[in-house]
Write a protein that binds this ligand. Structure first.
Ligand code: F6R
Length: 240
């Protein structure tokens, strides 16, 4: 694993942007695997600014997102489909038809997972952006998820519900279940870019980089990926 430690969040975001820009410039029809959450916001801001100021085009780019809350869709402020629109897609020239995410309101969950797995088979990610949960989750693959798992519906861990409750009006509004790509879909990406910022991620980052590869810390599987870059700030790297 290639580990890059930066001073703070801004430098982490700029470094991540350089990696992303290289992928998009080299292949203007690349498949980008994208994440939501607080961590990639600085990266998305830089992509939007670069599009505005330098004209980097996303017209032929396709995207696949990691996860979506069950029961939420574009009409909900907290849905991830809405997040991607608000934080990135509205600022770049991507064709909405080329953006993909699980349908949180699908009537048949098993069918929705099968649809997403088939789509991911056809659209192998040229780069997959990841954040990391304080419990070491990637996407919504909580500790204990078998590494061979593909897209599935998960019961979110209490710690994840707590971490994510800051984005909801009341903690009881946080959905308890979500659709997520599995570790297997993530590992299929040609390149992984995982970002971490802040002291609350330090323990998970330690496990990611130096720990035993174990399903108890889902991110640790990335040690087996041939092209994985971790960009993290000093606080997140403080236990390395
Ligand atoms: C988001 C996702 C999650 C987050 C993780 C970190 O699509 O899959 O795994 O990356 O929970 O979240 P933040 O960045 O908010 O600390």
């Amino acid at each position: 694993m290639n580990v890059i430690i930066t001073k703070g969040y801004d430098e982490m975001s700029s470094t991540a942007f350089e990696v992303m820009k290289e992928v998009v410039t080299r292949n203007p029809s690349a498949v980008l695997g994208l994440a939501t959450g607080t961590t990639p916001l600085g990266l998305y801001e830089r992509m939007a600014r670069d599009h505005r100021e330098n004209g980097t085009s996303y017209r032929e780019i396709r995207t696949v997102n990691l996860d979506e809350y069950e029961g939420l869709d574009i009409t909900s402020d907290q849905s991830y489909v809405r997040f991607m629109h608000e934080k990135l897609f509205r600022y770049i020239d991507i064709d909405p038809k080329n953006t993909n995410i699980e349908n949180g309101k699908a009537r048949d969950a098993a069918r929705e997972c099968a649809r997403y797995n088939a789509l991911l088979e056809d659209m192998r990610q040229d780069i997959q952006v990841l954040g990391i949960g304080s419990n070491g989750h990637i996407a919504f693959n909580e500790p204990g998820t078998p590494f061979e798992t593909e897209t599935h519906v998960v019961d979110l861990a209490e710690s994840t519900i707590r971490d994510n409750s800051r984005l909801f009006a009341r903690p009881e509004d946080v959905p308890r279940r979500a659709y997520t790509m599995g570790p297997k879909n993530i590992m299929n990406a040609k390149k992984i870019l995982i970002l971490a910022s802040g002291a609350n991620k330090a323990k998970a980052v330690l496990g990611l980089v130096e720990g035993e590869v174990t399903e108890q810390l889902p991110a640790s599987i990335l040690q087996r990926h041939p092209d994985c870059t971790l960009v993290c700030d000093e606080a997140a790297a403080s236990l390395l």
